[in-house]
Design a protein around this ligand. Structure first.
Ligand code: GLN
Length: 512
C-alpha cells in the first residue's frame, strides 16, 4: 500500500475511491475484503449482518485480483458490497428475515447480485465482492427492521438492528441492515429493495444516499417477492456519485428471467452527474409539507431547497392531491400481492415444515403459523380478505383505480416541473420499541414514500441535515427527490450537485 492510502482508514473510502485504489493496485481485493470482514465482526453489536462466509468472500476477492492482474477487470472490480438478505445469493443464506427460510441456501444468484458481481450469462459483471447478507424486515414488510425473525451474526437470537447515530433508535426499514452497514462504514455500499419506501426511508434515517429506480429498470429475478408490482432493487451508498456507479451496473433488461423487467438498455448514470442544474424546476408538493411534518424535518428540507435555489434551481409549487390516499391504497395492494406471493411457502416446496401434524391441512396450518411472524400473518390476512369474493370490488379494484389516479397526478405535476422534492418521512428515526406494537403508526410513517412507489417512479433519498430538537438531537434527516420515468440520471445529477456544495453526506456517526 502507498503512504497516502495507509494514512486513510480504508472504511472512509467510497465506492469510486476504492475502485480507483484497486485498479491502480494500491490495495488488493483480498486486503479490502479482509479489512471489511474484520470491521463487520468488530461491530456485530449493530446487528447489521445476518450471514457472513469468510471463505466465499475471500475466494471471490482472489478471483478479482486475478482479473485485475490479467487486465480483464470489471468497472468496480474488487470493491466490497453487502446484500440485503432478500436477494438470492450462492454461498450465503437467503432468509428474507423469516423463520420460514432460516437456513435456506439458494442454488443461484439474483440477477442484480450477479451483475454487481461476477456476471451472468451474456452480461459482464462489475466485479464486486460480496461481504455477506444484511438484516431486513421479514419479507421486506416493515419500516423499522423490528420484524426480522433471524439472529444477526454474533447474536444467538433475533436482535434489534441499531442505528449507529443513536443505538437506541431504529435504523428504518425494511432495508435496515443495509443502511446501518453503509452508515457505520462496515461496507462501502449495499443493495436494498424498495416496495413502498424501504430504500429511501432507512437511507434517510441513517444519513446515507439511496435510490429506487423506475419500476422494472432492475431485474426482480432472485429477489424474494413481497408485492411484485411494486418491488424494485436499488443501491445504498454514501453519495449520489457512488449510487450512480452501482445503479449503472444493476439496471437493464432481463426478459428471460423477469418478464416485467423493461426492455431498455442499461445506462451510464455517472455521465451527467456534473451537469449544471441551472434552471432545473423543482416541484414542491404542498401535501408533503402539511401538519403531520415535524419541525426539524421541515427546517432541514427547506434549508436544502434554499441551497438548490442557490445552485440555480427554481422552486415550483405543485399539488399531489391524493397523497393521503396512498396509505390505504398501498396497504390494500401490497398485502393482496403478498398473500398470493407467500402462498408458495407451504412446507412442501421451500423452507420450514412443522415437525408434527395430523394431515395435509394441519401441516400447512402449523407450518405457516410457525414460519411466518406476526406482521406477515397480518398482511396475509388483509390480502386474502381484500381479494375475496364480495370484497374484491370494494377494496382491491377500488385501490387499483386510485393507484392509477395517483400516477396521473404525478404526470400532471411533471408538466410544470422536472423533479419533485420533499421529505422522506414525517420524522427522524424513532426509538426501538416505540411503535412496535402499533402497526398503523408504522404504516402512517410511509406517507411520503408510497406515492412514487404506487406510480412506479424513481425516487431517492439524500442527507440534508440533522435534528436539533431536545429529544431527537443529532439524528439524520433525508430529503426525497422523485423523477419521471427513466429520469434516474436527473435525480442523481441534482443530488450530486447538492453534495458538491454541502457535506451532510460526508458526516459519519461518532465512533465509526
Ligand atoms: N414500510 C412499507 C411496508 O411495510 C414499505 C416496505 C418496503 O418498501 N419493502 O410495506
Amino acid at each position: 500500500m502507498t503512504t497516502s492510502l495507509s494514512q486513510t482508514s480504508l472504511h472512509d473510502l467510497g465506492v469510486q475511491q476504492l475502485a480507483a485504489a484497486l485498479a491502480s493496485k494500491q490495495i488488493s481485493a483480498v486486503e479490502a475484503a479482509e479489512y471489511f470482514l474484520n470491521r463487520g465482526a468488530a461491530h456485530s453489536a449493530l446487528g447489521a449482518y445476518v450471514d457472513v462466509n469468510r471463505e466465499v468472500t475471500l475466494a471471490q476477492a482472489g478471483a478479482c485480483d486475478a482479473r485485475l492482474a490479467a487486465g480483464t477487470a470489471g468497472a468496480l472490480e474488487g470493491v466490497p458490497i453487502a446484500h440485503k438478505d432478500i436477494f438470492a445469493t450462492q454461498g450465503f443464506v437467503t432468509t428474507a428475515g423469516s423463520r420460514m427460510l432460516k437456513d435456506y441456501q439458494s442454488p443461484f444468484d439474483a440477477t442484480v447480485v450477479a451483475k454487481l458481481g461476477a456476471g451472468v450469462a451474456g452480461i459482464a459483471g462489475a466485479g464486486m465482492v460480496t461481504l455477506g447478507k444484511l438484516n431486513c424486515d421479514e419479507f421486506a414488510m416493515g419500516s423499522s427492521n423490528e420484524n426480522s425473525a433471524v439472529a444477526p451474526v454474533g447474536h444467538d437470537a433475533p436482535a434489534a438492528v441499531r442505528n449507529p447515530w443513536n443505538t437506541d433508535r431504529i435504523p428504518g426499514g425494511s432495508s435496515g441492515g443495509s443502511a446501518v452497514a453503509v452508515a457505520a462504514r462496515l461496507a462501502p455500499a449495499a443493495t436494498g429493495t424498495d416496495t413502498g419506501g424501504s430504500i429511501r426511508q432507512p437511507a434517510s434515517f441513517c444519513g446515507i444516499t439511496g435510490i429506487k429506480p423506475t419500476y422494472g429498470r432492475a431485474s426482480r429475478y432472485g429477489m424474494v417477492a413481497y408485492a411484485s408490482s411494486l418491488d424494485q432493487a436499488g443501491p445504498m451508498a454514501r453519495s449520489a456519485e457512488d449510487c450512480a456507479l452501482l445503479l449503472s451496473a444493476m439496471c437493464g433488461p432481463d426478459l428471460d428471467r423477469d418478464s416485467t423487467s423493461l426492455d431498455v438498455p442499461a445506462e451510464d448514470y455517472s455521465r451527467s452527474l456534473n451537469d449544471s442544474i441551472e434552471g432545473l424546476r423543482i416541484g414542491i408538493p404542498q401535501e408533503f409539507f402539511g401538519a403531520g411534518l415535524s419541525d426539524d424535518v421541515r427546517a432541514a428540507v427547506n434549508a436544502a431547497l434554499a441551497e438548490f435555489e442557490k445552485l440555480g434551481a427554481k422552486l415550483v409549487p405543485i399539488s399531489l392531491p391524493r397523497t393521503e390516499l396512498s396509505i390505504p391504497v398501498y396497504y390494500i395492494i401490497a398485502p393482496a400481492e403478498a398473500s398470493s406471493n407467500l402462498s408458495r411457502f407451504d412446507g412442501v416446496k421451500f423452507g420450514h415444515r412443522a415437525k408434527q401434524y395430523t394431515d395435509l391441512a394441519d401441516m400447512y396450518q402449523k407450518t405457516r403459523s410457525e414460519g411466518f411472524g406476526e406482521e406477515v400473518q397480518r398482511r396475509i390476512m388483509i390480502g386474502t380478505y381484500v381479494l375475496s369474493h364480495g370484497y374484491y370490488d370494494a377494496y382491491y379494484l377500488q385501490a387499483q383505480k386510485i393507484r392509477r389516479m395517483i400516477a396521473d397526478d404525478f404526470q400532471n405535476a411533471f408538466k410544470v416541473c422536472d423533479v419533485i422534492a420533499g421529505p422522506v418521512a414525517p420524522t427522524v428515526a424513532w426509538k426501538l420499541g416505540e411503535k412496535s406494537d402499533d402497526p398503523l403508526a408504522n404504516y402512517l410513517a410511509d406517507i411520503f414514500t408510497l406515492p412514487a412507489s404506487l406510480a412506479g417512479l424513481p425516487g431517492m433519498s439524500l442527507p440534508v441535515g440533522f435534528s436539533n430538537t431536545a429529544q431527537d438531537q443529532g439524528m439524520p434527516i433525508g430529503m426525497q427527490l422523485i423523477g419521471n420515468y427513466f429520469k434516474e440520471a436527473q435525480l442523481l445529477n441534482a443530488a450530486h450537485r447538492f453534495q458538491l456544495a454541502t457535506d451532510f453526506h460526508a458526516a459519519k456517526p461518532a465512533g465509526y
